[in-house]
Design a protein around this ligand. Structure first.
Ligand code: ARG
Length: 566
């Protein structure tokens, strides 16, 4: 019997008693979270979920009583060894030897796909997803919001891939607009070709800061306008300089994203949609959705009563496009190109209104697929500073995390044998950064603290990596050789049962994260696994077999979908 069939087996018995199809019951049966204080049953059925499901009047009473009545009508069998009633739940305990055998067999059989192959996902159709994330602006700050978008978007993309969906990762750069007029003039004045080649992001940012200071004078403003106009007219020389800015910036981004384990299928950007946004304006006009204001700008009425109580500006008075117009063109283009089932934009919550309006206009234009667009937003991170001060470059954050971690490692005794301390410090430090970010709800703001994130104990990425490395070390010491012949009688102590029970819940946790796209379910699952009491017995075994610590975690051989998705 496979572990994933436990729910099915319970559902099949319940289905006879409740006269409901077993498929409807499977999602109402959940593995019970492990408790440190007491032993718990393995699965529970919430009475509320079946009363919602059916209008059966036998269940329309006090939940405790209902649970008791239902429990009395069920029988133990070869799979379920105990049935009890709790407040509003019926609890099921699986035959102890069967539990151990089935969970281990399932883990061995599914390997890195453990949890992903669960029946919980069997009804979820495979989809094509476009995920747009990171999306920094060339020559401007890569602020902490861009970092958050990068790791959250990457999480969503990895999770979707692990669950069998087809994912296209898009980086939509801020690579157009008046800022390029200024940047062009600035480069002519302060630019240096060598510096542009060797560190484009830093150099362009510096030039941009310098020219912004100079932009007070009318002459500079005029020159910038001129440069941008030439760019829009596709003047060859102007365009070629802009292209260099863009290409060299992307090259450097690719290198830095690699340190984070992030890659993109497409580097798109606002520049792609200059012409297409003119087509969008034409379409809006043809559909009677574009209204001209007295100032000459173009707006779309978004109010229900069509009284302009809410509207979106889509055209400047000179006829050029705006941020939202380019987004309209990009969404339509992506649909034509990828025929996606779902499209996700990941940015901070300050852009919620923008995306709301974007989806609304698409709907007004008659694109039903606008309903399948989603904005995943997140809160603000306060107080992240690097040695260079406020965050301007992604690379500074990565260097800071690495050097702080290196320092911590140097002062800890356990990490002396590491072969490549830089590499290890980087991997562990990044895990710390990501776990700190993923612990809470994405929409929450939080106060960033290097010290809290990098603590070696407690709910941190550092300790999670440390635990992972220890488990790896055990695996290496003992190999997989005896696992075909497990003596399950040895896995009956409460600590072992707790780990097995925790493993039973993994698919549900993945399912939750896949539904609400919140990484916190997976993160707290992993942190709980780390807290399992029997980690102390792991560490005893580890002591016995010799110490291998953090060195392993840079091997990248993490075996679960959860680790891959983080
Ligand atoms: N470049 C924008 C910024 O830094 C984010 C782009 C978000 N994506 C979009 N399709 N509008 O604020």
């Amino acid at each position: 019997m496979a572990a994933c069939s436990f729910r099915r087996s319970i559902a099949s018995q319940l289905s006879k008693v409740l006269d409901l199809p077993p498929e409807n019951l499977i999602k109402s049966i959940s593995a019970v979270p492990v408790s440190k204080k007491r032993q718990v049953a393995d699965f529970q059925l919430s009475i509320a979920s079946v009363t919602e499901d059916s209008s059966r009047n036998c269940l329309a009473q006090d939940p405790q009583l209902q649970a008791q009545k239902l429990a009395e009508r069920l029988k133990c069998d070869a799979v379920v060894s105990e049935i009890s009633a709790g407040p509003g739940t019926v609890n099921f305990t699986i035959n102890r030897e069967l539990l151990a055998k089935a969970v281990l067999q399932q883990v061995l059989k599914d390997g890195s796909e453990y949890g992903v192959k669960s029946e919980l996902f069997s009804t979820v159709p495979r989809q094509k997803a476009v995920i747009e994330f990171s999306s920094p602006n060339i020559a401007k700050k890569f602020h902490i919001g861009h970092l958050r978008s990068t790791i959250v978007g990457n999480f969503i993309a990895n999770l979707k891939v692990a669950l069998g969906h087809e994912v296209t990762r898009i980086n939509y750069l801020g690579d157009w607009g008046m800022q390029f007029g200024l940047l062009g003039v600035g480069f002519q004045r302060f630019g240096n070709k060598e510096k542009l080649k060797s560190s484009p992001l830093q150099h362009l940012f510096e030039v941009y800061v310098q020219i912004n200071k100079a932009a007070e004078d009318e002459n500079t403003k005029e020159l910038a306008k001129d440069f941008f106009r030439k760019l829009e007219e596709h003047d060859e020389q102007t365009l070629s300089l802009w292209k260099q800015f863009r290409d060299l910036s992307i090259e450097e981004y690719i290198r830095i994203y690699k340190r984070l384990g992030v890659r993109f299928d497409e580097y798109s950007g606002e520049s792609f949609y200059q012409e297409k946004s003119q087509e969008v304006l034409k379409m809006l006009e043809d559909k009677g959705l574009l209204q001209k204001t007295t100032k000459g700008t173009g707006i779309v009425d978004l109010s229900e009563k069509k009284d302009l109580s809410s509207f979106s500006t889509v055209m400047r008075s000179d006829g050029t496009s705006l941020y939202i117009t380019r987004d309209l063109a990009a969404a339509i283009d992506r649909m034509n190109k990828h025929s996606w089932d779902t499209m996700i934009y990941v940015t901070d919550k300050s852009q919620s209104n923008h995306f709301q309006q974007l989806f609304q206009i698409l709907k007004l234009m008659g694109y039903d697929w606008a309903e399948r667009c989603q904005h995943v937003s997140f809160g603000l991170v306060q107080g992240m500073k690097t040695r260079r001060g406020e965050v301007i470059f992604l690379e500074d954050v990565l260097n800071e995390v690495r050097s702080r971690m290196l320092q911590n490692m140097a002062s800890a005794k356990t990490t002396k044998e590491i072969e490549d301390p830089m590499e290890t410090a980087e991997k562990v430090g990044l895990a710390a950064l990501i776990i700190q970010d993923f612990r809470g709800l994405l929409s929450s703001d939080y106060q960033f603290s290097w010290d809290r994130a990098l603590q070696s104990r407690g709910d941190t990425g550092v300790f999670l990596q440390y635990t992972h490395a220890r488990l790896h070390s055990l695996e290496q010491m003992h190999g997989n050789k005896q696992l075909t012949d497990v003596n399950v009688a040895c896995l009956q102590e409460p600590d072992a049962i707790s780990v097995l029970q925790h493993l039973l819940r993994y698919d549900e946790v993945l399912y939750r994260s896949s539904q609400d796209l919140q990484p916190k379910h997976i993160v707290s699952y992993l942190l709980t696994l780390r807290l399992q009491k029997n980690m102390s017995s792991f560490s005893q075994v580890e002591e016995a077999v010799g110490k291998k610590t953090l060195a392993h975690c840079s091997g990248g051989s993490s075996s679960s979908a959860a680790f891959r998705s983080l």
